[in-house]
Write a protein that binds this ligand. Sequence first.
Ligand code: NCD
Length: 327
Amino acid sequence: MKNRAFISKLDRQNVKATHKQNPLFQKDILSVDQFTKESLSYLFDLAEKMHRLVLADEPSTALSGKVLTCLFYEASTRTFSSFVAAMARLSGGVIPIQGVQYSSVVKGESLSDTVRTLERYSDVIALRHPEAGAAHIAAQYAEVPIINAGDGIGEHPTQALLDLFTILRERGTIDGLHIAMVGDLLNGRTVHSLVKLLNLFDVKISLVSPESLRLPAGLKEVVKERIVREVGKIGEVVRETDVLYVTRVQKERFTQLSEYEVVKGSYVVSPDTLRVAKRTLVLMHPLPRVGEIAEEVDRDPRAAYFRQMENGLYIRMALLAAVLGRG
Ligand code: NCD
């Protein structure tokens, strides 16, 4: 609210001069394209601090008086609740709109009007929407920063940031790793964001998907230098893989349910799948899983998906603190 009154988007550049060391101050977070190694390093250092803060069980007032609107037009468990928890951990407040059926959206209110309403009551808006590009549109209308919490099959930058942070924490480095992306590479927005972030590093990428769910050609072109193979079976890559990033087939993106039925059970990672994998493998999944990783695998120390979701809290605490100038 205060930002609307005092800091227009144009003025933000001037204010930024006072936040030289914070590259995210008052920025919209719409795509991973806006990140550099420097801004990643700033964010990850801050996320480590946030982890220590939570561990120390010391109340932080870093975001005291600040309000986040969580405006979610699509289902969410982890993203929504970790944004809410992030504000709570830093003494900020939240307007929680999970399920727009209880908002004026059901009366036909447009995204632009909804955003221009909510920014009067909050300092930052995290938006999840079924249409790719929705966060960019919201950012054109809003004066407060918009954080893209997933826009259709477009991007999910905060997830990719926590994914990269997880790889770094698990392995101590990104460079030199071989990452296999598995599942619905066509519709998976977490994959779309993560491959672009990985492109900043010296990595090898293997793509594993059914023929009909391959990574979109435009994205493949962006990361073509990193891609070492595109195959249909996990078995073809699992031995040499350092990070196995498994995803769900995105049922909600199919217009024909019969087409979903054909591909839905394409991959199941079982203890048997991992028998030939490296001892240092990092097994990841943005979750929810709907059968892609057998529950028996949860006991394997290589299963990193619960640590991965926890990292989402520290990354979102760091992002909110940075964007709101309290980093
Ligand atoms: C992902 C999403 O919403 O894109 N979930 C999440 O935010 N952790 C992945 C998915 O739904 O498959």
